[in-house]
Ligand binder design. Structure first.
Ligand code: URA
Length: 190
């Protein structure tokens, strides 16, 4: 079986979809390769495309803060990946065929890292992994079974940065507390 390092090497030369033509860097994933908690975002933005690392811009700074405050974990203690590994031009939404091309990478990452708990950030990651067309507003607020793992859908941090009267942020915090509880239920020491 391929390792995470081998899979990343493969992704770095991937041309399975047209997003490869516009990328500066492939943004494969970052963090502890044996993490108990894995976060899944949508796709790289400008900062991530330049850095080659997920969630390094404003959304990432908020995510790091929420992780620390609500779960008690630092970025290096979790694993972070996206639905698509290359930046959609102008930060447009990833297209269904791009998501489908990139899906095997995410599925393999989940299998190799083997987290007890997944947190999906926003519509794209939540819909893909829960196999639904339902929106995040309706999906969030509970913990789902995902095979042998737990899955907690929440908003994308960019939604909290856009405002929403603080309600989105409060709900994100509550969802991350759910993730913390799911980790405890899986026997992960706090
Ligand atoms: N938004 C995402 O969904 N992923 C990133 O890596 C950065 C911003």
């Amino acid at each position: 079986m391929a390792t995470l390092v081998e899979l990343e090497r493969e992704a770095h030369v991937c041309v399975r979809c047209p997003l490869s033509a516009g990328r500066t860097n492939v943004v494969f994933g970052v963090g502890d390769p044996n993490a108990s908690l894995m976060l899944v975002g949508e796709g790289p933005g400008r900062d991530e495309d330049l850095a080659g690392e997920p969630f390094v811009g404003r959304s990432g700074q908020l995510l790091d803060r929420l992780l620390r405050q609500e779960v008690g974990l630092e970025r290096r203690q979790v694993y972070i990946a996206n639905v698509v590994k290359c930046r959609p031009p102008g930060n447009r939404d990833p297209r269904p065929e791009e998501i489908a091309s990139c899906r095997p990478y995410l599925e393999a990452q989940i299998g190799m890292v083997g987290p007890d708990v997944l947190v999906t950030l926003g519509n794209f990651a939540s819909r893909l992994l829960l196999d639904t067309s339902e929106g995040i507003r309706r999906l969030r607020g509970r913990t789902y079974r995902f095979g042998e793992r737990s899955l907690v859908p929440t908003y994308h941090p960019a939604a909290a940065l856009r405002g929403g009267g603080g309600e989105v942020l409060a709900e994100m915090r509550a969802d991350l507390v759910r993730a913390k509880r799911a980790l405890a239920a899986a026997g992960v020491p706090a």
